[in-house]
Design a protein around this ligand. Structure first.
Ligand SMILES: [Fe+2]
Length: 139
């Protein structure tokens, strides 16, 4: 049990405290990963926030972005599949919540893979921080 082992253990504890996870499955912030289609190694994945319990979408409180990563089985590092930013939350020259335009926190990603693995999604609320969820991808 060396220094590196201790460092990894400490890092894991810190990350678990910073990122809220699927333990909060019923929470409105956790990104919901839905595998829409798997066809000839092409995977289509929908990631959204607030599927069951809607998250607020106002100038003051909203989801800013979703990121999706894929950890192929047997690999040591996750691959960055993509990031979707949600940039309109009611702001206009008349003030907060006046534009009538509010970007919804939903995004669809498509990628090819010959390996199964783990999908990992992050969402970011401007008030409540980073949230994480995972889903197994089987081929
Ligand atoms: Fe929030």
């Amino acid at each position: 049990m060396g220094f590196l082992y201790l460092l990894v253990r400490i890092s894991k504890v810190i990350l678990m405290e910073i990122f809220k996870t699927e333990d909060w499955k019923k929470e409105k912030h956790v990104p919901v990963i839905e595998i829409l289609e798997k066809k000839e190694n092409l995977v289509t994945v929908k990631v959204s926030v607030g599927k069951e319990i809607k998250h607020p979408n106002t100038t003051e409180h909203h989801i800013r972005f979703i990121e999706l990563y894929f950890l192929p089985e047997g690999e040591g590092f996750p691959l960055d599949i993509g990031r979707a930013e949600f940039n309109s939350h009611g702001e206009s020259t008349r003030g907060p919540n006046t534009s009538t335009v509010f970007t919804e926190p939903v995004s669809v990603f498509s990628f090819r893979t010959e390996k199964k693995g783990k999908l990992i999604a992050f969402s970011y609320c401007n008030i409540h921080g980073l949230w994480r969820s995972e889903e197994e991808l089987t081929l």
